[in-house]
Design a protein around this ligand. Structure first.
Ligand code: AMP
Length: 384
């Protein structure tokens, strides 16, 4: 099945080609025609499945059909749990939106707004916006100061709805729903289907098309995993040895705390490896810049806390290293899921000190995978 047979417009086919989207992913096969037909959709799929394009493409095509309104009334609202996802989704809208601009007289303008950044530039930018991607709290602040009106929303998207609920956004989400017109299209995406998601689904969605895409466990087959067993104090030299001997040019390293992330990045820099740390104590501006530099290949090593373990898509990331184990198997899956995405194999390496061995066995059991073990205590790491 091709994008053409799904009804994707000519103006978009070219940009799909330049992005190497040769064939639609499973979620796109089902979601694109359903959304074009103005149906509600419940998509159970995680980041990496191609879910963003599955709603961005048909939403832009639907917008393209009508005369686009101006002023502070937006037509499409995408609610997301984090600033990072807001920026990422906006990038996809901009990429495909620009391709459509060339064929219609008026622009389709999208904008990402989120907390933790100053509100004034966002207020100013909210002129003539068609598609607004927002975290719930900041959206309500903007509504309060009349910077945006939601009464003409035609399509509502909840992306990573499960994460939004986990982050405690339920009250804000309900307040947003109350501001929307009753007649609209609703699209709900979530990595998991639990009772809370079921409740929202029943309130929001009308006779939805339900799309369920494979579980995490199946996805793990795309990732080559290995685990190095080593004394805790040798983890630093081992990390440097791995980066150098495997000639890693783009690697995301996970640590368990802000302090440790800083320390690991610092040590790497002192040893001539270009590395920066990203965590919640960095300002939003710095986080965005770091992530962009890393995505564009300008930064070799990004050392992160679990801030980045979910929801961020880095295209073709070849390596993820767990410098320390996360608390839960779920976070472990999210971390290593940063690689081996979009049907490309990636490598996930975990460093295990003796006091982490039991916990690692629990993780292996939960993810139903026996990871290749490499005893590393005998490696000569003196040069590193
Ligand atoms: P998402 O699940 O939306 O975060 O998308 C995961 C990754 O897959 C992104 O890097 C997309 O650019 C890529 N992608 C999405 N759809 C396709 C497709 N049909 N063919 C190739 N790559 C795709």
């Amino acid at each position: 099945m091709s994008f053409t047979s799904l009804g994707v417009s000519q103006s978009l086919l070219h940009i799909l080609e330049t992005q190497n989207y040769t064939n639609p992913y499973p979620i796109q096969k089902e979601a694109i025609p359903a959304i074009l037909n103005k149906r509600d959709v419940l998509g159970i799929a995680k980041t990496g499945s191609g879910k963003t394009a599955s709603y961005v493409i048909p939403i832009l095509m639907n917008l393209q059909e009508k005369s686009v309104k101006k002023n502070r009334h937006v037509q499409v609202l995408v609610l997301v749990p984090t600033r990072e996802l807001a920026v990422q989704v906006n990038d996809v809208f901009k990429l495909f939106g620009e391709a459509i601009f060339q064929t219609i007289p008026q622009q389709i303008k999208s904008l990402a707004v989120f907390g933790g950044a100053s509100i004034n530039p966002q207020m100013m930018a909210l002129q003539n916006v068609n598609v607004l991607i927002a975290t719930p709290g900041r959206l309500l602040e903007l509504v309060e100061v009349n910077a945006v009106h939601l009464s003409e929303i035609e399509t509502l998207v909840l992306d990573e709805a499960d994460k939004m609920l986990n982050a405690g956004f339920e009250k804000e989400m309900n307040r947003v729903f109350d501001l929307l017109p009753p007649k609209r299209q609703n699209l709900l995406f979530s990595a998991t289907l639990n009772d809370d998601i079921n409740t929202i689904h029943q309130i929001l969605l009308h006779d939805p098309i339900v799309i369920k895409i494979e579980s995490f466990e199946e996805d793990l087959d795309l990732i080559n995993q290995s685990a190095y067993f080593i004394a805790a104090e040798k983890k630093g030299p081992l990390l440097r040895y791995l980066i150098k001997s495997k000639k890693m040019t783009q690697v995301l390293v996970f640590t368990s705390s802000v302090v440790r992330a800083e320390r690991v990045a610092d040590k790497l820099r002192k040893n001539g490896i270009e590395a920066k740390a990203i965590h919640r104590k960095r300002t939003q501006g710095v986080r965005t810049d770091l992530l962009n530099d890393f995505k564009e290949g300008k930064l070799q090593v990004l050392v992160s806390t679990d801030l980045l373990s979910r929801g961020i898509d880095i295209e073709f990331l070849p390596y993820v290293i767990n410098y320390e184990l996360p608390r839960s198997p779920k976070i472990f899956i999210h971390r290593i899921g940063r690689t081996g995405r979009a049907e490309r194999p990636g490598e996930a390496i975990t460093l295990i000190s003796p006091d982490e061995e039991n916990h690692f066995r629990v993780i292996e059991k939960k993810i139903k995978k026996r990871v290749v073990r490499i005893p590393a205590d005998d490696l000569d790491l003196r040069k590193y």
